[in-house]
Design a protein around this ligand. Structure first.
Ligand code: 2BA
Length: 109
């Protein structure tokens, strides 16, 4: 069994969850915050068999859009200090950031 973690934009979360549920996958949503932009995003957790993992990833990718954000360089200390504070910078966010880990044991009690 695999555990898929997908960090998606808040605006895509509803559609991604709906599509996964429609295909019969259970999903847990965790509210999360990106360390760079300090903006809310959603981390979706999906437990799935190895055989169906690719279908889960396919759905997440299909429903997650890439977006461009203009941010103020002083919004986060992670921005290169060579950039003057208050200067606008364009950042591309997403589609989805996906991690897959092996599950050692799965039980429903
Ligand atoms: P944030 O950390 O808020 O990052 C938002 C976007 O800012 C990133 O989009 C990336 O394009 C840019 N970015 C991040 N760190 C940067 C840096 N040090 N310098 C310049 N630009 C930077 P995505 O890559 O699509 O990531 C979207 C969100 O997914 C991230 O939000 C974070 O919450 C999560 N994420 C991405 N990669 C991750 C990783 N390796 N581990 C854990 N979480 C990750």
């Amino acid at each position: 069994m695999k555990l898929v973690f997908a960090i998606v934009h808040d605006e895509d979360e509803t559609e991604v969850m709906r599509s996964l549920n429609e295909d019969g996958f259970s999903v847990t949503k965790l509210s999360s915050t990106g360390g760079f932009l300090r903006a809310g995003n959603s981390t979706l957790v999906v437990g799935v068999s190895k055989e169906k993992m690719d279908r889960v990833i396919e759905i997440i990718k299909a429903k997650s859009k890439s977006r461009k954000k203009l941010i103020n360089s002083s919004i986060t200390p992670a921005v290169n200090s060579a950039i003057a504070p208050g200067y606008p910078i364009e950042v591309t966010v997403g589609g989805a950031t996906i991690f897959v880990v092996d599950v050692e044991k799965y039980e429903k009690a």
